[in-house]
Design a protein around this ligand. Structure first.
Ligand code: HEM
Length: 504
């Protein structure tokens, strides 16, 4: 009996010792991860072991970080998240000093398991910064920033799609409708026109499948926080309740890539070097006759992921901006009337809009600039990482550190934009009633990784907003919908709302 008791006590003691050792190890490891990586590392909150400041940032992280930056830590600060320190750049000057003036040091992309498991280092948006990236980016700039198949061609694609869209909307005439899905179809078809050289009927099963997978990968509300966990802490994929979200993300991505592969294959079969009508054609030409000749940088897999990137990056961003634009018009009918006056004078009610009309539409330009300031679509931009050690604002940032541009924080900086929470296009109009372009609003980020589709996005937002106003009186239903953003993991999208479109 006594022997038995002694044995139990020993067992208990040994088990307890094991547990204590494990606990002490975990605590030391957790505290070790919170240790700042360098004595001159930017300041920031300390956080708690294993989680850092994750709990404080679970809602509107960019707003919280901007507040910390204004109240305590200054424009360049650090935030511990899971087991790493992130740098946040909170003012225009800080983003400019890093992304623009030291572009080659601050334009890396972290190797994030979630994305890399499908696309490896192909495509553009997630590609490691280096010579290969620069070659691909240069080609993309040539095509999408106007020099490839020309600004006119892009305008034609947007106008053609815009006409389909307007025709589609006519059927809703006079009754309250939520047109979010229709706008999504529109912007997807614009990217399809530019990248794939084709448009899809809105009910085409292939199109519906691409859209379904894109939408699910970008922001399935059920998986949103799990996806965020996977981005911040890839090892979370081994947790049983997270594994499913990773698998769903992967399957959706593989489906999109499969479709892109088929479309590239079709292009190759009918390729004519004398008639390049879309991004894939231009790429195939480069593969055979240009930069890709004699090297494998322009291989098919690279093209498939590149086109996927365009589709992914260019659909929801533009569609949500247009959704915000129409919602804001409901709230400010006086601004809508001013834009309508400019349409009447500069374009007319039946002529086709062109970006060249912007010159004579200062208020419309001011409205659109205020739109992308007031509702910043990608509040935290895309994660960057340092490719080598860097000095910034007197701080030392080691190689491989995660760096985020707080784009929301820049666009809502009270020292630049007094009362930033107020929507006021007149901020961008000078005493001579001219539009003043501001480089200090950075919805598309800046530097070597600035949004590749910026020109295209600006063109489509302008042309589509004008087209809708040319054809319809845009009015609110009985109740004015909320201007507060809805819930989404990466993008700041409006809550779903209804409006009434009736012909003029
Ligand atoms: C209102 C619409 C849009 C907004 C607000 C937006 C914003 C952004 C932002 C903030 C980034 C991250 C830049 C960085 O890493 O610092 C980005 C990257 C990118 N965007 Fe856009 N974007 C829009 C539309 C588009 C469109 C229409 C396309 C397609 C043609 C596109 C293609 C891309 C690509 C390919 C990248 C990755 C660039 C790289 O890593 O080098 N975007 N965008």
């Amino acid at each position: 009996m006594i022997l038995q008791m002694m044995q139990n006590i020993c067992m208990y003691f040994y088990v307890s010792v094991d547990i204590y050792v494990v606990l002490i190890f975990l605590l030391t490891y957790g505290l070790w991860n919170l240790k700042r990586p360098h004595s001159r590392f930017p300041p920031g909150p300390i956080g708690i072991p294993f989680f850092g400041s994750m709990f404080q940032l679970r809602k509107d992280p960019e707003k919280v970080v901007k507040k910390w930056s204004l109240n305590h830590y200054g424009p360049v600060m650090s935030v511990p998240l899971a087991n790493q320190h992130y740098i946040y750049l909170n003012t225009y000057e800080a983003v400019q000093a890093a992304f623009l003036k030291q572009g080659s040091k601050f334009s890396g992309r972290p190797n994030m398991f979630l994305f890399h498991q499908v696309s490896q280092n192909y495509g553009l948006a997630l590609k490691t910064y280096g010579e290969d990236f620069k070659v691909q980016r240069k080609f993309g700039n040539k095509i999408l920033r106007g020099l490839g198949f020309g600004q006119k061609k892009m305008e034609d694609i947007i106008n053609r799609e815009g006409d389909h869209f307007i025709k589609h909307l006519e059927k809703y005439s006079g009754r309250p409708v939520n047109i979010k899905a229709d706008i999504y179809n529109l912007t997807s078809n614009i990217i399809c026109g530019v990248a794939l050289g084709r448009r899809f009927e809105y009910d085409d099963p292939m199109f519906r499948e691409i859209l379904f997978c894109t939408e699910k990968s970008m922001g399935d509300p059920h998986d949103a926080w799990k996806i965020l966990m996977l981005v911040i802490c890839p090892k979370a994929r081994f947790l049983p309740f997270i594994r499913g979200a990773n698998e769903r993300y992967k399957q959706n991505q593989l489906k999109i890539l499969g479709l892109m592969k088929n479309i590239v294959k079709e292009h190759k079969e009918t390729f004519n070097p004398n008639c390049l009508s879309d991004f894939i054609d231009a790429y195939l030409y480069e593969q055979q006759h240009g930069l890709g000749k004699g090297n494998n940088q322009f291989e098919d897999r690279q093209l498939e992921v590149y086109v996927r990137d365009l589709f992914f990056a260019g659909t929801e961003t533009s569609s949500n901006t247009i959704c915000w634009g129409l919602l804001i018009l409901l709230h400010y009918p006086e601004f809508k009337s001013k834009i309508e006056e400019e349409i009447a004078e500069a374009i007319g009610w039946t002529n086709t809009p062109s970006v060249s009309h912007r010159e004579n539409m200062p208020f419309t330009c001011a409205f659109l600039q205020e739109l992308v300031r007031f509702r910043t679509l990608t509040p935290g931009g895309s994660p960057h990482c340092t490719t080598e050690p860097a000095e910034l604002f007197g701080y030392h940032i080691p190689k491989g550190t995660m760096v985020m541009a707080n784009i929301w924080g820049v666009n809502n900086d009270p020292s630049e934009w007094p009362n930033p929470e107020v929507f006021d296009p007149y901020r961008h109009i000078n005493d001579n009633k001219q539009f003043v372009h501001s480089s200090k609003i950075i919805p598309f980020s800046m530097g070597p990784r600035v949004c590749l589709g910026e020109q295209l996005a600006r063109m489509e937002i302008f042309i589509i907003m004008v087209k809708v106003l040319q054809h319809f009186k845009v009015e609110a239903d009985a109740e004015l919908p909320s201007l507060q953003p809805g819930v989404n993991s990466v993008l700041c999208a409006p809550q779903s709302y209804k409006l009434v479109l009736s012909p003029h």
